[in-house]
Design a protein around this ligand. Structure first.
Ligand code: C2E
Ligand code: CA
Ligand code: CA
Ligand code: CA
Length: 273
């Protein structure tokens, strides 16, 4: 048994070492990408299912070379002190893109960016956002911020302050990944949150035959609270039709479109406006 235990130890140590090296490697890769403009943004349309018109976009970050997906590199950026710099680069890229579209005479729609819980320690972020909007002459109503439920549970008072700061700038905030954390009705009622985005996993679990009434009731409740409702990860027409019947305001998912590079955004937009 002793011997087995020893072997197990060795095994764990090697596995841990391998993981650490892999994380280290990705971290170094991210540092290089931050230095050499190695990131770009893609934009996924949010569409009103009642008329198929675009109402906005979510900006999602990519490595230009697609070496790692955001599900891999965002958590590593968060745990290695890189998320502040990355988020600032993302913010500037999105606002710059809005300015380019505006200059080209395109109609602007609100674009939302993701706020990482790890950014709560970046005290200057809200000011940076405000400065960048004014630098590029972009109205705050064209920028929105998606904040996950989990942050609110971690630090209620810091989150409160954050929501107030954004509201003060005229920036609308969305609750992201709704239905994956410990959703509380009280924060929905008391924080200045006007939009709720229901997570894909929630749809996958509950938008199935025989269980629809749960999601239908949740949507009813959110509407009673005057929340605008976006549903993420909708891939099939019957899902879109059901959600439209329940009265959701917007659908974001492969059914309408994958996240797109800027030129393709315009092609999509011209077909849906
Ligand atoms: P998220 O914020 O929940 O973003 C939605 C994710 O669902 C995106 O994955 C999107 O491409 C994917 N998705 C949308 N519709 C569908 C669908 O119909 N089917 C399927 N299978 N997937 C769909 P993505 O871009 O890989 O991003 C993954 C996560 O990485 C995001 O989840 C977010 O937490 C994080 N992330 C991505 N971009 C950023 C960013 O710019 N900043 C921060 N802080 N996090 C980001
Ligand atoms: Ca999001
Ligand atoms: Ca999600
Ligand atoms: Ca998320």
């Amino acid at each position: 048994a002793k011997r087995e235990g020893k072997n197990t130890m060795v095994f764990y140590n090697n596995a841990m070492k391998e993981n650490i090296t892999e994380e280290e490697r990705i971290k170094e890769y991210l540092i290089e990408a931050l230095r050499h403009d190695g990131f770009e943004m893609v934009y996924q349309p949010k569409v009103d299912p009642s008329n198929d018109l675009v109402i906005g976009y979510e900006a999602l970050v990519r490595l230009k070379d697609r070496r790692y997906s955001p599900n891999i590199f965002i958590p590593i950026a968060e745990s290695n002190g890189l998320i502040s710099e990355l988020s600032r680069q993302i913010t500037e890229k999105v606002i710059k893109q809005l300015a380019a579209w505006q200059k080209a005479g395109e109609k602007l729609y609100p674009v939302s960016i993701n706020y990482s819980p790890a950014q709560i320690y970046d005290r200057g972020y809200v000011a940076y956002l405000a400065q960048t909007l004014s630098k590029y002459h972009i109205d705050a109503r064209y920028l929105r911020v998606e904040i996950t439920e989990s942050l609110m549970m971690e630090d209620m008072s810091a989150t409160n302050k954050l929501f107030e700061d954004f509201a003060h700038l005229g920036i609308l905030t969305l609750i992201d990944d709704f239905g994956t954390g410990y959703s509380s009705l009280s924060y929905l009622m008391h924080l200045p949150i006007s939009i709720v985005k229901i997570d894909k996993s929630f749809i996958d679990h509950y938008l199935v035959p025989g269980k629809e009434s749960f999601i239908e009731n949740m949507i009813k409740m959110l509407k009673d609270l005057d929340k605008m409702i976006v549903v993420e990860g909708v891939e099939e027409k019957w899902q879109k039709d059901k959600l439209n019947e329940y009265g959701v305001d917007a659908i974001q998912g492969y059914f309408y479109s994958k996240p797109l590079l800027p030129d393709d955004v315009l092609i999509f937009q011209h077909q849906h406006q």
